[in-house]
Design a binder for this molecule. Structure first.
Ligand SMILES: [Zn+2]
Length: 403
């Protein structure tokens, strides 16, 4: 990937709105609110009407509007005071509000939703947060329209006003299960790093969360054929790093494990032709997000194949260009559910370059790790249509600038 033009062309944040709903003392709903709006000063086409808000019974609704171009990705990030509240992104068409995406706030009250624009021109959007009755709610959000062609994920490179960075939770509440209650692993504290803390994505490309069950040990198997001397130790170090930053637990299990790691070449594996250094990703099945802290895809396996013909150095480089160690960390992050980042500072940038985990990498690992608590696919009391099944996502990665 070349440097994107996103900074220059992004329709930067047009609105940052804070509104408060005060729960009534009696059963009658009466709300008071405060709000403040900031219209962007840039030539972002978002209109100055951004930030108007309406409050109605049992929901918090914040509106904005702006000019968008077909193909843009409309990205809404925000934070509320509510855990796992329903959040709907709606667009007004001919006077009617039509839902274009829905999600739930995380255990920390953050949310993110997005939609690719299919209709040119002025759009009116609103975000509706539905608190449970009697709960106070505050919310803030920001809308960005990101030209889709400029990056692999469409995430803005700028720091959002309401940064959806996960914050550590002090305590963990287990989801009731019928099996013996597992012990939740400690939740890592996201640490700082280079770049934008919001620069991360799920490998499935949307806003639906995907993760391993952090309450089980994840085994990894290693096939040494084609390896360089010491490669397994480099892999072990990659697993240690990802474990430390995500809270997931890994265990080397010989040649067979839930995550399958191997070496190949373009002759045996055509996917590795050209500058591809490797590919990796998870296989998953759908689970009930309402019973699993908003996670709708449970990872049940992972696969990483590295191209033994790629001209990378052994080890985890700390100076100069990236080495195999960085590629291993990158591929492993795919296998735990993360997709690419937009900035070169991140290990999850689509080609080699970064030597250390960046701020977005840390946030991503936090969000697919033990912060999610225990996940289970056995909690479907009443499976919804389409709730079964799953799939596999594999992402190919290329050699970047090695100097
Ligand atoms: Zn990748």
């Amino acid at each position: 990937m070349k440097t994107s033009h996103r900074l220059a062309t992004s329709l930067a944040a047009a609105a940052a709105v804070a509104a408060a709903v005060v729960a009534p003392a009696t059963g009658e709903a009466s709300y008071s609110s405060t709000s403040q709006a900031q219209a962007a000063s840039v030539e972002s086409a978002m209109s100055s009407a951004a930030g108007t808000r309406t409050l109605t019974k049992r929901r918090l609704s914040i509106r904005t509007s702006g000019m968008v171009t077909v193909g843009d990705e409309l990205l809404v990030t925000g934070r509320t005071s509510l855990r796992r509240a329903l959040v709907r992104l709606q667009v007004n068409q001919s006077g009617r509000w039509r839902r274009i995406d829905r999600t739930r706030t995380s255990a920390h009250g953050t949310f993110r939703t997005s939609e690719v624009v299919t209709r040119e021109g002025e759009h009116r959007f609103r975000v509706v947060v539905s608190p449970r009755r009697g709960h106070d709610a505050t919310a803030s959000f920001r809308v960005s329209a990101v030209p889709r062609a400029t990056g692999p994920t469409g995430w803005p490179t700028e720091e959002p006003t309401a940064l959806p960075t996960a914050t550590p939770v002090a305590t963990w509440t287990p989801v009731p299960t019928t099996t013996p209650t597992p012990t939740a692993p400690p939740v890592p504290v996201p640490t700082s790093g280079a770049g934008n803390a919001a620069d991360w994505s799920y490998i499935t490309g949307g806003t639906e969360a995907i993760a391993w069950n952090s309450c089980s040990v994840i085994t990894w198997g290693y096939s040494p054929a084609g390896e360089y001397a010491g490669a397994r130790d480099d892999w072990a170090r990659a697993f240690d790093l990802v474990a430390q930053r995500s809270g997931l637990s890994f265990e080397y299990a010989g040649t067979d494990g839930a995550i399958d790691v191997s070496w190949s070449d373009a002759a045996a594996q055509p996917r590795l032709a050209g500058s591809v250094v490797g590919f990796g990703g998870p296989s998953y099945r759908y689970i009930d997000p309402d019973a699993n802290d908003g996670v709708s895809m449970l990872i049940t396996g992972g696969r990483v194949v590295l191209d033994r013909e790629s001209p990378l150095s052994p080890g985890h480089a700390t100076t100069g260009g990236a080495a195999w160690g960085q590629v291993m960390v990158h591929e492993l992050m795919h296998a735990v559910g993360l997709g690419h980042a937009a900035g070169r500072e991140q290990i999850m940038y689509p080609s080699t370059g970064a030597l250390f985990l960046g701020a977005g990498d840390h946030t991503g690992l936090y969000n697919v790790g033990s912060s999610r608590g225990c996940l289970s696919s056995s909690q479907y009391a009443d499976p919804a249509p389409g709730a079964e099944g799953g799939g596999e996502v594999l992402v190919h990665d290329r050699l970047g600038d090695l100097s």
